[in-house]
Every structure is written in C-alpha cells, then in structure tokens.
Design a protein around this ligand. Structure first.
Ligand SMILES: [Fe+2]
Ligand SMILES: [Fe+2]
Length: 296
C-alpha cells in the first residue's frame, strides 16, 4: 500500500447488510429464500442505508487514511446487493481494504463463483515483498505494510453454509499461510489482524468460527499481533485482552443496524492506539474514546 506515515487513522466499518429482493424465482431455490423471508419480517426495519450516506464525506473531514470494510456488505449475496454496496464504496475518496463476511457467500453458487471478488478486489502493491504474493481471493489471506513497522493481515474465513448455519472456517491451510506470512514480517513490527468473525467461541455454535480455538492459540503465541478487528456479532465491544496474553479486540458492531449502529475510528502509532467509537444518534457522533498501549 506504501503509506509513508508514522501514524495512521483507520475507520473500521462492518456489517452493512445492503438488501435487495430478487424477482427471479430461480434465484430463490437456495438458502436465499430464507434470507429474504427473514429480511421482510425481521430485518427490513432494522437496517438503514441512509445512515451510511454521510460516511464518505465524514471520513474525508476526519482525515481518515484507510477504511477497512469488515464483511457482510450484502444480505443474501445477490448481485444487485453487491452492486449497491459497490456504489457506496465507489463514493469513498479514501483507500479501502475489504474482506467478505458470511452473508457475502450466502449461497453455494455465490461462494463457488466468488461473486464478492467481482466487486471488491483490494488494490495490491506490485510484488516487492514476499508477502505481496498472497491474495484474499486465491489464498484467503492478504498482508499490507501500512506504515513503518506496522502491518495489516486480512483473512477471508467466509464459506457457504447450509440453511441453519452461519459459521466461518479458519482452515488449516489458512493457518499455515498465516504462519508463513508472520515469518516474513520483521520480529519488532506490529500487526493488525482483520477478520469477519471473533475468534472466541462464546456465541451460539451455528454462528461462530470453526477452528477459532486454533486462531486463538496462534494469537497467544504471537505478541506482534496487537489488534484483532472483527464484526459479525453486531455487538460493539472493546476488550483489552493483553493481560490474558491476547490482543486488544475491537468489534466495530454493524454500521447500519438502527438503534445500535456503530463503527470505530482508530489512530495507530508504533506504541499503541486511540479508538473513537462512533454511533448513529440522528447523525454520527463520537460517543466514547479509549487509549491503549501495546504491552505484550
Ligand atoms: Fe452481519
Ligand atoms: Fe456475519
């Protein structure tokens, strides 16, 4: 990505859930039918596209250097949903990096045909470092040098699931690749890990990350990973787990869910970060600030 900064201001937004209904009955012979029924009866009044509209301008006013799009941009991975999500992302004047969530691979067809990546392929640097070889689309993992001594590693743990499941998977292959990427990053550097799912296993089984315990074990052994950024739960949380040998965990919440819409503005430097939590209360307001120091 090639930023030449000593600090960086990042906006982490997730779980947009842009929704469009299809009139094509053939597209409903899938899990999507349940997604549409669910949206019509439960979610339609819970999510707002309007509150997303001010964000591109706000990010510019706030001097955001990079926007992280944390997945679930769509609801049933319909092409029309990707298109409307893509229209929003095109309005961003700020560089961005996107990962898919479980709703972006909602049906077996959308996962098999990699529809997410038709619309959201991150701008990659030309290969000048061994980590540049890996791409989300081909390897389910990507790494970026954000600024001197600080890296971002993004994971795609989404997969198609059956009617009753919204599980992700941190696969053994992905674990091998993450270990390889970590071995290529200097020992004194700091790393931010971006993943749609939390690694801990305290949600309902059908909603959590398979092999999340393997990811947790890796995090316990890797003190360079300072921040673990995720969404998926739609529950905004900040937890400094450094005393337990884990990273600082930031759940951005959903940026579009009315009554609880939130996202995080994160200022990072070489010794820690400051997090401003934004919530929608008739406009986007910073409701909380917290500072963290790297301690591991
Ligand atoms: Fe979500
Ligand atoms: Fe999700």
């Amino acid at each position: 990505m090639g930023y030449n900064l000593a600090t960086m201001r990042i906006a982490h937004i997730s779980d947009f859930h842009y929704t469009r209904l299809t009139a094509n009955p053939l597209r409903l012979f899938s899990k999507r039918l349940m997604g549409h029924v669910n949206w019509l009866f439960a979610r339609k009044h819970n999510f707002s596209e309007e509150i997303l509209e001010p964000l591109p301008t706000l990010f510019q006013e706030l001097g955001v250097d990079l926007v992280l799009l944390g997945g679930d941009l769509t609801t049933t991975a319909l092409l029309e949903e990707f298109e409307v999500a893509n229209r929003f992302v095109k309005k961003l004047k700020t560089p961005w990096i996107a990962i898919p969530g479980n709703h972006d691979t909602y049906t077996y067809n959308s996962h098999r045909n990699r529809h997410f990546y038709r619309y959201f392929t991150n701008k990659r640097p030309s290969i000048s470092h061994p980590v540049d070889f890996f791409t989300l689309k081909d390897h389910q993992i990507e790494a970026y040098r954000l600024f001197d001594g600080t890296w971002l590693v993004a994971l795609d743990v989404s997969r198609a699931t059956n009617l009753y499941s919204s599980r992700g998977l941190f696969s053994e292959k992905q674990e091998e690749r993450l270990i390889e990427i970590l071995s290529l990053i200097p020992a004194t550097d700091s790393i931010l890990l971006l993943c749609h799912y939390p690694f801990f296993q305290n949600d309902r089984w059908r909603r959590n990350l398979e092999r999340g315990d393997a990811l947790q074990a890796l995090l316990e052994n890797e003190p360079r990973i300072r921040l673990f950024l995720h969404g998926h739960t739609h529950r905004r949380t900040m937890a400094d787990l450094q005393p337990s040998g884990l990273p600082i965990v930031l759940d951005s919440g959903s940026c579009a869910q009315l009554g609880r819409a939130s996202w995080n503005l994160i200022d990072i430097n070489s010794s820690g970060c400051k997090v401003d939590v934004y919530r929608w209360l008739d406009k986007w307001n910073c409701i909380e600030e917290q500072e963290f120091t790297w301690k591991r």
